[in-house]
Design a protein around this ligand. Structure first.
Ligand SMILES: [Zn+2]
Length: 164
């Protein structure tokens, strides 16, 4: 094993190995590297890194996926939260404070819905999974398991349509 990468839907301090804020997970100032490594160094000194999930996905698509050979790309991810990984000249752009991909918390449209971040009108508050479930009349699920979310949407009162 060469290393361990932990992708978290969060604001991440990569140098410190800390999730600064993951509002959809309820994590604040979580030392992920220490948690994964453990006190007994169960990974035998193997390097552990943590980064934002959209940044990791963008980089993975650049190295082995649909963005191979492409220098500039935008990877959008959307489940409970909405995030982006931005590649410019093949490098992940993080912005001055490392939060460049936090597009889900940009005001979009005329919505005044309250967001998990505490502000109103964020894009995520309108098109995130919980907003979609609520708009469909489906129960709002907790966690990010797509199987659970899909099952909730398919329940009576959800958005299931009759087959052909
Ligand atoms: Zn927000």
């Amino acid at each position: 094993m060469l290393g361990v990468a932990v992708a978290v839907p969060a604001l991440v301090d990569r140098e410190a190995g800390v999730v600064v804020d993951a509002p959809n997970l309820g994590w604040h100032d979580v030392d992920v590297v220490a948690a994964v490594t453990g006190q007994d160094d169960a990974l035998g000194g193997c390097p552990v890194r943590v980064d934002n999930d959209a940044n990791c996905a963008a980089l993975a698509e650049h190295v082995r996926g649909v963005a191979r050979g492409v220098g500039d790309a935008l990877y959008l991810t959307g489940t409970v939260g909405i995030g982006a990984g931005l590649l410019v000249d093949g490098e992940v752009r993080r912005g001055r404070h490392g939060f460049a991909g936090e597009v889900g918390h940009v005001p979009f449209g005329r919505s005044t819905r309250e967001c998990v971040c505490g502000r109103r009108g964020c894009w995520e508050a309108s098109i995130g999974l919980h907003a979609v479930q609520a708009a469909a009349g489906a129960p709002v699920t907790h966690g990010t398991d797509p199987t659970t979310a899909g099952a909730a949407l398919a329940e009576p009162g959800g958005t299931r349509r009759p087959g052909p």
